[in-house]
Design a protein around this ligand. Sequence first.
Ligand SMILES: [Fe+2]
Ligand SMILES: [Fe+2]
Length: 470
Amino acid sequence: MPGHISDERIPNNVDLGGDKRLQRALERWQPDFIDWWMDMGPEGFQVKDIYLRTAISVESGGWAHFDYVRMPEYRWGIFLEPRKEDRVIGFGDEMGKPVWQEVPGEYRNMLRRIIVTQADTEPASVEQQRLLGQTAPSLYDLRNLFQVNVEEGRHLWAMVYLLHSYFGRDGREEAEELLDRRSGDEDHPRILQAFNWPITDWLHFFCFTMFTDRDGKFQLGALAESAFDPLARTTRFMLTEEAHHLFVGDTGLNRVVRRTAELMRQHGDDGVRAAGGIPLDLIQRYINLWYSLSLDLFGGEISSNAADFFATGLKGRWKEDRYEEHTGLGQSYTMNKVEDGRLIEEDVPMRNAMNEVLRDAYVADCMKGLARWNKSLVKAGLSDQLTLPDRKFHRQIGIYADMHFSPTGDLIDEATFEKHASSWLPTDEDQAYVASLMKPVYEPGKMASWIAPPLRGINGRDIEFEYVRL
Ligand SMILES: [Fe+2]
Ligand SMILES: [Fe+2]
């Protein structure tokens, strides 16, 4: 019910009470989830009151409720967009047929892998960020960190619901595994590499929420088109929450840039460090790192898996509706490849290029963020600009993985790359410097020296509002 938090143990809009077996299975998983949250969730703030948003329904306008809550008492619920009775498959070989309410046997393994891979990123990011609360630049930022963390927890619930209700015993086993893997663990790591790096400072955090969460946006968007209707309806609602995570990253970086610009004007380029700010070239190196790590998450440029996902209707394109043609047959995608030591163009069948098509949508979205930050620099009267590196730069996955490219996309040899690496990617000194700035600021309304205040507070509250009661 909108505006009302249900008193069930697991808040939901899927009539969980009507399926006792499923309800019992999820109620058995719940204490394991809480144990995981206590072990691996934000360290040091579990008994504090935090001004958080909780999803209580899927009604637009009334879906969220804001109040003080202690994180372990957060009401993690299961919410799917309402079912549209006449929804049909929008792309691929089965286009026009009714969407599936159950998992077709022949796609069971593929779908389970897609869901588990998405699900694994949710707890992983909470683990990566668990120490950041100790160095938050303001109470506003501290609250935003925890908001992101609890919602990633809810996204895990969303995926575990699908595993439990549609994949039987293997689904339940996968749900257990999701609480067993650990970000960065040598023997039992998270599935995707970008989710095994610890997020040790807030510049990493803002880059992560800007670039890595944004990969999530596009993956969820592609799954929101899926022929497996429960997956489409789940991911659609997850995107509503995800928008705030991207906001945290985008505006967080913009505030860092604004502060740096202010200090550059007052003290000159070389005075930024002495004034406790983060130099622009260092910000650029962090951008280069997280953008390239996040590009890898889209997978290989030429992929038969991607072709299968599209053909079968499991995974569409970003906003499939905006395309005129939905089979992807008889079309090609022109891609840059390296042959005999030089870059050439090659046409690849469209379906095999679907990862690259999704990556294109992502790149365009990232550019918008860059444009906003560059506007802040112009507004401050500076001629410096930030850039996104070429998509071939610093890649570990796909057709550019075993080669070296400059940030402008020139093919170079390893020695040249190594020679420039310290001006292209964060160095140990960069990270040590950023770490030296990471001192908590917990007084309401106050900001650390390296970041500008936000333009406004959360949910109509002032910037000075006590977002976390310490
Ligand atoms: Fe998420
Ligand atoms: Fe997220």
